[in-house]
Design a protein around this ligand. Structure first.
Ligand code: MG
Length: 344
């Protein structure tokens, strides 16, 4: 009998360059789960799970889920569609754990074929839109410093919803006239959001992400009706089945592997959104280059990109997709093309 693919796991502790604050809290050390999937020939596919407490996952819950998923892995890594069904059947939820496995399996398939994942999908990395670089919530002094440090990035995304929105926008505009997008991470009420719209316009903001709590679709429709810039949802959209009820409420959706649970589902969200004439964005968590490079495989299909998660780290243990002045460059090695960073 063919031997089932084997999983090895390791918790990665990642540190950001600056403490990173958004509307619902602050992070310093980020723990993700490195996943190695090995086949009988000793080939290894790499994946990363980036559990989010807000979606009910921790590194420990990922490790427990992977023990269950390890029992239903196939022997053939090409068995991608059926494997997804089996994982969901064995244990639902646990999107980041499943996404990490999906990444590792796609990496393994690419290594078998000897081609990059994006190439096997027929995509052209040259079409990837410029990525934003994110500025977390902070004091005006620190915001100004972060904006100066991010001088190579032509498009910034700033986190608002922490109670000092005007101060932050003013601090940024004192430093730069670069393109600016805003993410309120569910931090506003409808009234606050509608009141902020002319302010955002005055400060030249071009995109507004998740102004309201995830489930407030009526509120989101109201904000979108009043807005002259696109309103994109992130926390409100996890999987392709979420897309139809968002059509008509908002202008677009932000896809992340830690929400949708697999690379295949990420592509399904793209197509569902396109079928409903919605804009599509890809985003990330704070994670190493493994998670970023996985999401970046889908980036040639989208309108907006926010893949700065590894660029915010003080040290990234892997080398994969890079952000050169915001331009996403995909590795050309087989699978995800990830290598370990050699100590300098
Ligand atoms: Mg967001």
């Amino acid at each position: 009998m063919n031997q089932r693919l084997q999983i090895e796991t390791e918790i990665l502790t990642l540190r950001t360059r600056h403490p990173f604050r958004i509307a619902r809290g602050e992070h310093e050390d980020i723990r993700t789960v490195l996943i190695r999937v090995k086949d009988a020939d000793g080939r290894v596919g790499l994946g990363e799970a980036t559990p989010q407490l807000v979606y009910g996952e921790t590194p420990e819950s990922v490790l427990s889920a992977l023990e269950v998923y390890g029992e239903v892995l196939p022997s053939d890594p090409f068995d991608l569609e059926e494997t997804e069904r089996r994982l969901l059947g064995a244990l639902s939820g646990n999107a980041s754990a499943r996404a990490g496995l999906s990444t590792a399996l796609h990496d393994l398939v690419g290594k078998h074929l000897g081609v990059p994942t994006w190439k096997s999908w027929g995509l052209d990395p040259a079409t990837i839109p410029v990525s934003t670089f994110t500025i977390g919530i902070d004091t005006p002094e620190v915001i100004r410093k972060k904006v100066r440090e991010a001088s190579e990035y032509p498009v910034l995304k700033v986190k608002l919803g922490g109670g000092n929105d005007l101060e932050i926008l003013t601090a940024i505009r004192e430093e730069t006239d670069r393109e600016l997008r805003v993410d309120a991470n569910c931090g506003w009420t409808v009234k606050q959001a509608v009141r902020m719209l002319p302010v955002l316009e005055e400060y030249g903001v071009t995109v507004l992400e998740q102004p309201l709590p995830a489930s407030d679709l009526n509120g989101l429709a109201t904000v979108t009706r009043h807005a002259r810039i696109p309103v994109i949802v992130d926390e409100s959209c996890h999987v392709a089945a979420d897309v139809p009820r968002l059509a008509g409420c908002v202008d677009g959706v932000n896809i992340k592997l830690a929400k949708c649970g697999s690379l295949r589902e990420a592509v399904r969200v793209v197509h569902a959104a396109r079928a409903h004439h919605l804009m599509v964005m890809v985003g990330c968590m704070i994670e190493s280059s493994i998670g970023i490079t996985a999401m970046a495989q889908v980036a040639p299909l989208v309108d907006l990109v926010d893949l700065d998660g590894a660029a915010l780290l003080a040290h990234d243990p892997y080398v994969g997709a890079t952000l050169d002045a915001g331009c996403v460059e995909l590795p050309t090695g087989p699978g995800l093309g990830i290598t370990e960073r050699t100590p300098s």
